[in-house]
Design a protein around this ligand. Structure first.
Ligand SMILES: C[S@@+](CC[C@H](N)C(=O)[O-])C[C@H]1O[C@@H](n2cnc3c(N)ncnc32)[C@H](O)[C@@H]1O
Length: 252
């Protein structure tokens, strides 16, 4: 059951308040070039995700709980957590993002050690089952080009979360209108949509709607902590939908 919030948020509530175009040599598309120095700089300057800070401030998750941050970008959330004594593993497919995150986390190595892995979200097979008490997948699962990749990444998150672990997932929604035009469902897929990427309009992104996301997550042993939220953000020439799921791994 999704709680719809038709509001335009600010101050990082969505975790994706970046302008449509980053400018400065980036390609200026909705889906940025993750290796571009301007993109890294943009993500580096961002403050930690507000839903994460709310969870930490509430005391629901405390150090030394180990954290998995998949799609860590330039480390805003990992650094926030390391500053507070949480150790963890950060993963990103971009070499430039990984380099930035490693550099920023080095200062905390003694008290809050982090491994920063340069790899894709489906390449988590060597990480031990049930080893994380907080799992973040913010703005990353949607990059799965097909349903099977999305499912495999989610399988890993569910396997790696320990009983009781908090799992935060944020994804764009299929009703986004990134360029003012509806996305197009890729024929034969359940949740894959094209039209997001201006440079490669045929590139598919896996964008389950809120109920489908909840179903995919709960069938993997998780339950909702709060109703999944949907936030719409007006963009130049369009609109972007963000789905925010707050889940907990069930105890066996
Ligand atoms: C929108 S940013 C993530 C933001 C970050 N989680 C945050 O809250 O600031 C998306 C990140 O996912 C990474 N990424 C894209 N595809 C990926 C994949 N298949 N596996 C792992 N990381 C990926 C990108 O390099 C980028 O750093």
């Amino acid at each position: 059951m999704a709680l719809l919030c038709p509001i335009v948020t600010h101050g990082g509530t969505m975790g994706h308040d970046e302008p449509v175009a980053f400018g400065g040599g980036n390609r200026g598309e909705v889906v940025p070039d993750w290796e571009h120095p301007d993109t890294v700089a943009f993500f580096r300057e961002r403050e930690a995700d507000v839903r994460l800070t709310e969870i930490v401030d509430s005391g629901a998750v405390r150090p030394p709980t180990s954290v998995l941050d998949v799609g860590c970008a330039a480390g805003r959330n990992a650094v926030y957590l390391a500053e507070r004594g949480f150790p963890g593993v950060a993963v990103d497919a971009s070499a430039a993002m990984v380099a930035a995150t490693r550099e920023r986390l080095a200062a905390y190595a003694a008290d809050a050690p982090w491994r920063v892995l340069h790899r894709g979200m489906t390449e988590l097979g060597d990480l031990a089952d049930a080893s994380f008490g907080l799992v973040l997948a913010l703005g990353v699962l949607q990059n799965a080009p097909d349903d099977a990749t999305f499912a495999l990444a989610l399988d890993h998150l569910a396997r790696l979360a320990c009983p009781g672990a908090r799992v935060l997932i944020q994804n764009f929604g299929p009703d986004s209108l990134p360029h003012g035009e509806p996305l197009r469902r890729v024929p034969g897929s359940a949740h894959v949509w094209s039209g997001f990427d201006q440079v490669d309009a045929s590139r598919g992104y896996t964008l389950p709607d809120p109920d489908a996301l909840d179903a995919l997550v709960t069938e993997r042993g998780m339950e909702l902590v709060a109703p999944t939220r949907v936030v719409w953000k007006e963009m130049k020439g369009g609109r972007r939908t963000t789905i925010i799921g707050d889940y907990r791994k069930r105890s066996p």
